[in-house]
Design a protein around this ligand. Structure first.
Ligand SMILES: Nc1ncnc2c1ncn2[C@@H]1O[C@H](COP(=O)(O)OP(=O)(O)OP(=O)(O)O)[C@@H](O)[C@H]1O
Length: 298
């Protein structure tokens, strides 16, 4: 399913303009990553897609249908949503957390549990954890449960708000690899929010770098960012955010390769079309120097 933002703006009742005017098309079955510093409007944009926030200007279309005319509850049940702190219900067991939306949609207990167990396999969680409570899991396991829960209603769209922001770098790299695998298997339209440009380049078919007020500094494939930063702001964000390890594109035997500042290959760029996403070699990119996460639990 495609998502289109048309001249979208959001000014909160207290007068804060989180998003000025934002237009973007997110093609079906691709991953778009919104990246930018704290407070630039990423979460607000994400939450407008499932109507947890309604825009004060413009419109959002899903497969050409204006979502302001849809029932927000029904809309939310068909869009998966993963949060930084997993957002699990603490008093419910893992399998029950995963089965929340199917149960709300009227699926009986036994098939809902069976589906939850299958989803635990999908996200790489051992089924023996099904009857634990969230507090009895590690942070990484909780995030996997959050992903499984978001997938439970088999949504076509997955919204992910800093889903790997609260785990350590090693678990984070593991979860990123899992998401790349899942994306290939599940074929969803994914909108992903992060502070971390490395994570954005690793996961995004399309990367959108935002400035304050939801202003687009640049939109493009990771290759386009690396080869052609649109402004000094972009060049600085792309370089500064990854510390000393500035990446660049080089051509080796006719293949575009991303190398780090010491000339070590960090990934291969596949073509330059819509499929021009960034394939990182395992272990080559572990998000060093990831900026501190936002204090606000969203
Ligand atoms: N309910 C609200 N009322 C007033 N202002 C808000 C509200 N929610 C968000 N804002 C403001 O809107 C701006 C954008 O917030 P938003 O949460 O979208 O940013 P963000 O890029 O996701 O930040 P972070 O990376 O820290 O999560 C910020 O200035 C924030 O303080």
């Amino acid at each position: 399913m495609s998502i289109e933002f048309r001249g979208v703006g959001k000014t909160f009742p207290d007068g804060t303009t989180a998003v000025g005017e934002f237009s973007l098309t997110i093609p079906s079955r691709t991953t778009t990553v919104l990246v930018g510093s704290s407070g630039c409007g990423k979460t607000t944009l994400l939450r407008m897609v499932n109507r947890m926030v309604d825009p004060t200007a413009g419109s959002i279309l899903i497969d050409d249908e204006d979502i302001s005319r849809t029932d927000p509850v029904a809309l939310r049940r068909r869009i998966g949503y993963v949060l930084q702190n997993s957002g699990l219900l603490p008093h419910r067991r893992v399998a029950d957390n995963i089965a929340t939306v199917p149960r709300l949609n009227g699926v009986a207990k036994a098939p809902a549990r069976e589906r939850a167990l299958e989803l635990m396999d999908t996200v790489g969680l051992d089924r023996s954890l099904a009857d634990r409570y969230p507090s009895q899991l590690s942070g990484g396991q909780q995030q996997r449960v959050g992903v499984a829960r978001a997938l439970a209603a088999d949504p076509n769209i997955l919204l992910m708000d800093e889903p790997f922001g609260a785990v350590d770098p090693i678990v984070r790299a593991e979860l990123q690899r899992e998401l790349i695998r899942l994306r290939r298997e599940l074929d969803k339209t994914v909108l992903f929010v992060t502070h971390d440009i490395d994570e954005a380049f690793l996961l995004g078919d399309q990367v959108v770098l935002l400035e304050r007020g939801g202003k687009i500094a640049q939109v493009g494939t990771p290759a386009e960012f690396l080869a052609n930063p649109a402004s000094d702001f972009v060049a600085e964000f792309v370089g500064a955010d990854r510390g000393r390890r500035a990446l660049r594109v080089e051509e080796l035997d006719g293949v575009q390769v991303v190398v780090d500042e010491d000339g070590r290959p960090a990934g291969v760029l596949r073509g330059s079309s819509a499929a021009g996403s960034f394939e990182a070699k395992a272990g080559a990119r572990t998000a060093p120097g990831a900026p501190a996460q936002g204090e606000r639990a969203s």
